[in-house]
Design a protein around this ligand. Structure first.
Ligand code: SF4
Length: 421
């Protein structure tokens, strides 16, 4: 995929898990065939940045030799399922999540015509919020699951069944979905949804228990027991979903040092290590050592801010979004603690967060168009340099974002409003 800093190569580790050798190979591949920078995605995948036409083929060969190559060539999803990074080790799970996810992946490979971004979330902990996905297979108790689909802004439970029957039902639904020609399940009309449910056995079709879509519920525990009292998890997130190949090497070295033989990718754009509880001292020291490069505490305001590559990495950007997002984060702590989210986008494309945020900054000619409560393509209130945005943020803690960015407030000397003051 072309970007401002070259091509982007996606890496889809099976079940979002890398062995330490694979992690080191991804880091080395990013240095050899890319520009040494990596993205961590909200689907718990990796992207190697700065690949060129000359290096894309050798990189693909490099990854395939390490078990990280593409698994299908028909344009369908390279990885179909999304699971918790603690899957298989979480004491709250009532089903075998890795086994179920593998079975669904296998079934999905046989279905032609699936859109590339089709997603099946497998959640093994009863009662958890449904993630935002085309299909959700959610545990309801020991060996029992519900299968739900996205439908408009809601999620609709279609059937309940034994966990070992779920892959077959999901495969039937995936096939019916592919035949609609739609790109996302949520876009199906009521009529298409009715046709889709006809692939399910009539006696099992429950239906139409619709519930509000609550969105994806990311893991945000920094470190806590992960299972049976003999493992702990260490979770670190990459600021704004970016890290370097050298940082990935350091994650692998840390994992090896504290007795973990794999690295799990998290939908919070980070890494999770499972380590023996007996290594608690070493674990704490490792977490502290990684704090310089990664987010290690739950209330870090960078978690509330999305940012794209921007300038200079992306040719479409005119502002240094990642650096500016870091500056914004330093002033956004109170607002983040109050539940506000921000987005620093290099242009109106909004790659990092297509939807609305409480505060959206859209780079344009070196300034930021400020959108309050909207998406990058929405009408901005004004254009400001980042310094003026930070200045107004101080007022926002007291007066709220809308008041702080109201056009009638006298802009700073270097800012300019789009509307008359
Ligand atoms: S939003 Fe614009 S500037 Fe940012 S990565 Fe996407 S295309 Fe580039």
């Amino acid at each position: 995929m072309p970007t401002g800093d070259g091509l982007l190569a996606r890496v889809h580790p099976p079940l979002g898990i890398l062995t330490l050798d694979q992690a080191r190979a991804v880091a080395e591949g990013a240095r050899l065939f890319g520009n040494g920078h990596l993205d961590l995605t909200a689907r718990a995948n990796l992207q190697i940045r700065g690949v060129s036409e000359a290096t894309r083929a050798p990189l693909a060969t490099w990854l395939a030799a390490r078990g990280l190559g593409d698994v299908r060539a028909d344009g369908g999803p390279q990885r179909l399922t999304l699971t918790s990074p603690l899957a298989g080790h979480d004491p709250n799970e009532t089903i075998d999540v890795p086994a179920l996810a593998r079975a669904i992946e296998t079934a999905g490979l046989a279905i032609p015509g699936l859109p590339a971004k089709t997603l099946v979330a497998v959640e093994g902990r009863p009662g958890r919020a449904l993630p935002e996905a085309d299909f959700c297979v959610v545990a309801e108790g020991p060996g029992r699951v519900a299968i739900a689909v996205a439908h408009g802004e809601t999620s609709r439970t279609l059937l309940r069944c034994a966990d070992d029957a779920a892959p077959g039902h999901v495969a039937a639904l995936l096939g019916a979905f592919a035949r609609t020609g739609r790109r996302r399940m949520r876009d199906l009309s009521d009529g298409e949804m009715t046709v889709l449910t006809e692939v399910l056995p009539a006696e099992k079709t429950l239906v139409a228990s619709a519930q509000a879509h609550r969105g994806f519920a990311p893991e945000r525990e920094p470190a806590r027991p992960a299972g049976g009292g003999d493992l702990r998890s260490v979770a670190v997130d990459a600021p704004f979903g970016r890290c370097t190949a050298d940082a990935l090497d350091r994650i692998a070295a840390t994992a090896a040092a504290i007795g973990s033989d794999e690295i799990r990718l998290s939908p919070t754009r980070g890494f999770v290590l499972l380590v023996p509880a007996t290594a608690s001292d070493a674990t704490a020291a490792a977490t502290a050592a990684l704090a310089a490069e990664f987010i290690v505490v739950p209330d870090d305001p960078r978690r509330a801010i999305a940012a794209c590559t921007g300038a200079p990495g992306c040719a479409s950007g005119s502002t240094p979004t990642l650096a500016d997002a870091a500056r914004l984060a330093a002033a956004f702590g109170t607002l983040a603690a109050a539940g506000h989210a921000a987005h620093v986008s290099g242009c109106a494309k909004g790659c990092a967060r297509p939807g609305a945020a409480d505060l959206t900054l859209v780079g344009r000619d070196g300034l930021y168009s400020v959108v309050i409560g909207g998406a990058p393509g929405d009408e901005p209130a004004m254009d400001l340099p980042i310094e003026a945005v930070l200045e107004r943020l101080g007022r926002a803690e007291i007066d709220g974002l809308s008041a702080a960015f109201a056009p009638e407030i006298t802009p700073s000397a270097c800012g300019r409003t789009r509307r008359p003051a």
